[in-house]
Write a new protein. Structure first.
Ligand SMILES: Nc1ncnc2c1ncn2[C@@H]1O[C@H](COP(=O)(O)OP(=O)(O)OP(=O)(O)O)[C@@H](O)[C@H]1O
Ligand SMILES: [Mg+2]
Length: 244
C-alpha cells in the first residue's frame, strides 16, 4: 500500500530523518515506535504532505505522491487524525463527522444527494465506533477520551484507504487505551483500511500491530513482526537499556 523510500529530512543542520525506508502492507496495521524525538511525527507529516522531504520518495500504490499538497494526498485516499481544536466545538459529534464526509465527498456524491449519503455514512461510523450515546453532544463538551475517538471517526469519514494516526491515544488514561485501540483495530479490519500509527505504550502496540517499525534518532533500527521485535537486541536496548 505505502512505500517509504530513502526519506531524509533536516531542520537547519539537524538531521531529523536519515534515509528511512520501509513499507506498510495493504490491509494491515503497522506501528512506528521509538523514543521522543525519534522522528515519527516528522515522517507522518511528510507522508501526509504537511512537510516536504529533502530526499527520498513516498509511493502510494505505485503512485509517487512525494511533495504533493495535503489536500491532494487526502483525496488519493490517505486520511489522518486531527487534533480536537480543528473541529467545530459548538457542532455535535454527528454534525462534525457529517461535515468531514460532505467536504471529502463533494464530488463523488454529487449524483446521489450529498447530505443523505453523508448521513448514512455518518450513522454507520457512529454505530461502529459505539458513539451513539454522544451523537447529539456538542464536541466542546465531550470527555477527553471520547474526543480522541471522534478524531478517528472523522478521519474514517473521509473514506481513507490508508489511515495515519500519530499517537491517537495521547493523554488518555491507561485504563481506557486498550479499549480504544481495540475499536480502531476492529473498525479498520471491517472497512479494510491499512493503518500506520504511533503509540508510546509498547504493550498495546505489540497486541494489535502485525508489523513494527522502530526508529531512534532519525534512523530506522528495526522492521519486523511483534514477535521478532520482542526478541531483537536492538529494540531491547532502546526500551530497556543497554544491559537488557
Ligand atoms: N519544525 C521543526 N523545526 C526544527 N526541529 C524540528 C521540527 N520538527 C521536529 N524537529 C526536531 O526533529 C526531531 C524529531 O521530532 P519528531 O517530532 O518527529 O519526533 P517524534 O518521534 O514524533 O517524538 P515524540 O515521541 O516526542 O512525538 C526532534 O529532535 C525535534 O526537535
Ligand atoms: Mg511525535
Amino acid at each position: 500500500m505505502l512505500q517509504i523510500k530513502n526519506i531524509s529530512k533536516s531542520f537547519d543542520k539537524f538531521l531529523a530523518l536519515s534515509n528511512i525506508s520501509f513499507n506498510a502492507p495493504t490491509g494491515k496495521i503497522t506501528a512506528i515506535i521509538g523514543p521522543n524525538g525519534a522522528g515519527k511525527s516528522t515522517l507522518f507529516n511528510i507522508i501526509s504532505g504537511h512537510l516536504k522531504p529533502d530526499g527520498g520518495k513516498i509511493i502510494l500504490k505505485d503512485k509517487d505522491i512525494t511533495g504533493l499538497a495535503p489536500h491532494a494526498i487526502s483525496s488519493l485516499g490517505i486520511g489522518r487524525t486531527f487534533q480536537i481544536p480543528s473541529l467545530f466545538p459548538k457542532l455535535t459529534v454527528k454534525e462534525n463527522i457529517m461535515a468531514a464526509s460532505i467536504v471529502h465527498n463533494r464530488t463523488t456524491f454529487k449524483f446521489f444527494g450529498l447530505d443523505s449519503k453523508s448521513e448514512i455514512v455518518t450513522d454507520s461510523i457512529i454505530d461502529k465506533m459505539n458513539l451513539s450515546e454522544f451523537s447529539g453532544t456538542p464536541v466542546g463538551s465531550l470527555p477527553y477520551g471520547v474526543g480522541k475517538e471522534l478524531e478517528i471517526a472523522i478521519a474514517i469519514a473521509t473514506d481513507p484507504k490508508l489511515l495515519l494516526m500519530d499517537e491517537p491515544t495521547a493523554g488518555i488514561p491507561k485504563t481506557e487505551v486498550g479499549q480504544i485501540i481495540k475499536k480502531i483495530k476492529d473498525l479498520c479490519e471491517l472497512e479494510n483500511i491499512t493503518v500506520l500509527f504511533t503509540e508510546h505504550d509498547i504493550s498495546f502496540v505489540l497486541s494489535i500491530a502485525s508489523k513494527i517499525v522502530v526508529m531512534n534518532y532519525g534512523e530506522l533500527i528495526f522492521e519486523g513482526t511483534p514477535e521478532e521485535a520482542m526478541k531483537s537486541s536492538d529494540v531491547k536496548e532502546i526500551y530497556l537499556g543497554k544491559d537488557a
